[in-house]
Design a protein around this ligand. Sequence first.
Ligand code: BGC
Length: 748
Amino acid sequence: MDQVGGTNTEATPSVPSEAEVAARVESLIGQMSLEEKIGQLAQIGGASFVPGPKPEDVIRKGGAGSVLWVNDTQKFNALQKIAVEESPSKIPLLFALDVIHGYRTIFPVPLAMASSWDPSVAERAQAVAAREARAAGLHWTFGPMLDIARDARWGRIVEGSGEDPFLGAAMAAAQVRGFQGPYLGAPEHVVACAKHFAGYGAADGGRDYDPVYLPEGRLRNVYFPPFEAAVKAGVGTFMSAYMDLNDVPASGNRFLLHDILRTEWGFKGFVVSDAFAVANLVIQGFARDGRDAAFRALSAGLDMDMASNTYLEHLAGLVEDGTLQMADIDAAVRPILAIKIRMGLFEQPYTDEAKLAEVLALPEHRKEARLAAQRSMVLLRNEGRLLPLAKSLKHMAVIGPLADSKEATEGSWMVFGHTPAAVTILEGIRAKLPDARVEYAPGPEIRRDIASWFESVMPSEVRKSPQTAEQAEAAFQTAVITAQSAELVVMVLGENADMAGEAASRASLDLPGRQEELLKAIVALGKPVVLVLLNGRPLSINWAAENVPAILEAWEPGTEGGHAVADILFGDVNPGGKLPVAFPRKGSHAPLYYARNLTHSPEGSPMYNPRYWDGLPMPLYPFGFGLSYTTFSIANLKVSTPQVKVGSSVAVTADVTNTGSVLGDEVVQLYIHQKAGSDSRPMRELKGFERLTLQPGERKTVNFQLGPAELGYWSTNAGKWVQDAEAFDIWVGADSLATLHTDLAVIR
Ligand code: BGC
């Protein structure tokens, strides 16, 4: 059996060799009945909302290979004991949960981590998440989410790395390394799961779960690269997406799960469905019934059925009547057993319950979370250098429904409970200025018009007793009065945690509720106002972008979010994040992304066609954008050779200088444009980036390589990967509108 996960190819006492794993797998398979094998292909839900027999009874019969939606160390050990002592084959269970941006110490949401443009931030965050999750008894996380998202209405944009395949691929590999460590089975790490394969982020209309239509070129050039990067980084598992991709459900899609994933990319791990997705094949109008669904999913290359029990119910019958062969079942079981062996579960199936508290209390975890939050924030506006604020401020008002919300600070995906440990923005500011008068008023509450299904699993604070219109009005007035007497106002606005994420798409990208009205009323007081945004997607903040002097995009920054915001507001940290996704001016402009093909002259030229007559289509803030408390110049753009042969590489260099007066970070970005070719190519594509820290006056040279991987693409016309001998534009700069330009010719 081939190696899965990481680079270990040699046997060490704790790391079994490939041959050893393969031999152990075959010996187990040789002893297992058909029923036991099918049990390994079933992942059962341990939460109260899942109907069906008690997990204990299913496990005792050998009917489960994995359990999800349990988060209790004692329960893990109790279930494991049943598996390894009472079940027929005594194979340990793999415990899985969505640890998306932290287990107890919550890190910024993935979209925020991508804003750091620093893959090491994501790698270290997921390593901490893995350590805590593993200490709790989990072996496997359903992350990273690698769906490219170019439509800000889609709620799950918060879980990914934004709109760009190049940035997405870098963040994908980093997260896999963080979760899994140097090899699959490394101590204090978990198995990662690349999800949702593939195309889920391109849902029609941004509506979660709606069908996706993506031509092969778009899949290969844009939606696949983060997934392929995860395979190259050794990811142990994949999760199939829910929706139809070009009229074939992703969970029954042999092109995706077999042709691309196994044959082209050589993936050797296993594929789990998304929750209930095997049973859904019937609802999707694809499979005739449960039996047909089991047959078509397994035949497509889907190894483990998450929570739908369809495999448990139907696979045996399919083998017995010869529709499936035992070899088909064995092929699905093998990689599951291999991962259990590599994770050391046969040797150590249990978790030390006494150790968890110690691991969760490790102070370095919170330190990492604060650093990650600091590096993830994006300064969107800073007129008149209002920021950083003076620590000599005596009287501030902190206003807004999210200013003291632990839920909004931690963000989406806290299915198993928010932690009381999160530091809100109000708390962070008060901790930073212990002697100042810092007054707080939330203003009217915000909440979803239509509650999420998840509300039944994780009720949010605000829905418990909704404000009446009168209470909201009183809260509005109190907020204005509170701001009136302060020297300066920090407004914390955006979205609640349940407004982005799964089943949390929106038609509008406006600030929900009365937030913009409150912002206008407070700006009208004539005081300096700083807007801090807590949100899981780009928002259309057109009015604020013109009228509020300072805007900090803090995203959903996690446990240490409040401290990190205060660090930035008061200048202890200079913000250096950049947007991993464009901010549209309106929800109806979505999908919106920089790497699009042109038909007419580009923006700025006299022949420019504005596309809409009732509003500018350009983003409010472009991809890659973010300000700093210092200034930078980027100059001296050079290519090592003006002509490069197909298949060879060229170096692109530029000098970056901190021209301001404080230490700061710049993310230098390289974009290319191929001027002609087998297909039309996007007007710009990111092909390199580097985040640098520079002292005032300091200069560094950045060095990027452009080779066949960067200059080639999958051509629709040619039906294959090509590298054309054509002319290219090259830009290097501080965002996707970079103007520093040079030419490059690719020749035969
Ligand atoms: C989501 C997945 C998640 C799974 C298990 C599904 O609803 O789409 O992303 O991993 O549930 O919780």
